[in-house]
Design a protein around this ligand. Sequence first.
Ligand code: GLA
Length: 412
Amino acid sequence: MQQQRKAAWPLVLASALACALAACGGGGGGGGGSATTTPPVTTTPTPPATGGGTTTPPASTTYDAGVTRLAALAAFPMGVAVGGGNEDRSLPKTPEQQTIVKKHFSQITPGNIMKMSYLHPAADTYDYTQADELVNYAAANGIAVHAHTLIWHSDYQVPTFMKNFSGDKAAWLAMLDDHVTHIASHYAGKVASWDVVNEAMADGGGGYRNSLFYQHTGADFVEHAFRAARAADPKALLYYNDYNIEWDMTKLQAVTDMVDGFKTRGVPIDGVGFQMHINMDFPSVGTISAAMKKVVDRGLKVKISELDIPINNPNSAAYKSGDIKTTYTLDLGLQQKKRYCEVVKAYMDTVPASQRGGIVVWGVDDPSSWLIQAAFNNKHADWPLLFDGQYHDKPALRGVADALTGQACTAN
Ligand code: GLA
């Protein structure tokens, strides 16, 4: 499986990478101010890798965030994405990560191993081995699971049998319903929530992405997936999840239009996940708040589902002119602390307590971040997360804690 996964990475994911790159660029119609004015990058993406990032050296400073347990400061799930199975730095084989996860987080999101091709590799084959290991680990340690994701267009995660599937629209919908029903039934009672559909909307507005699923079913596959998930697991919260919707208001409009249609037709949905692969200088917290408010106003939960904030912004003018941070310093860490704090504060200020679906940081320790490979092409290090490569606290951890406890956001 490991080899298969590695081989599959190069095929990955214009979409998720576009999110990191476009978000970096400040090219979107966010409406809020950005320090960066360059347009989004359009270069060929490189693969993301939850569990990769071998070029990141340990951070050069140590810092005690003075946080006993992050999750204890939040009345909502405080989550982190983790690797599973044989992935690099996966939770089961990294005891140092286990220590952090148990200490600070109340929820995990399996970063990869609950995606389509892992769980449903062939038409009649479901393989739950690696995902079950993580789900069982979580249960044994009193940690909830936000499951990710039942339907995702990304080429490397669409099982081959689906790519080769022939059938009319009704047959496609039946096949996808079956997929959702099998998996959601297997995990019924064991997961708190699902990203039912990930990234169904096109970048820059215009409605649905022209995915394989869309080509065969129109938009109906989304509604079908939500109905099938609710039927299979009535207690799990059901989320729609997407990137850039914290600043691309035309894309967000497509999401809220979908939600409005769901309400009219009685399609079950509990919340919207804002991935939030964002940057130090983009988007503004005003923009983020305005975006979240549109979901709040519809009565749904808002989840920050994949938060990371790299030090370098690969699409900024500074970066392009060669101002690349290749060494982590305490000063950079403190600036990042302020940014993490401001983003979490925006969430707290905008989303009423009853609608907070939680916050998920996309990875435990810096070297495990997908961005090292995806945004920076393995050319240099970065430090997007709350813990460094030696599993030490970073100031960013303090920044999240400060926001959760109503403290001022400062860079000291
Ligand atoms: C997207 C997906 C995630 C993950 C990240 C990159 O945001 O939703 O599952 O693949 O890209 O790690």
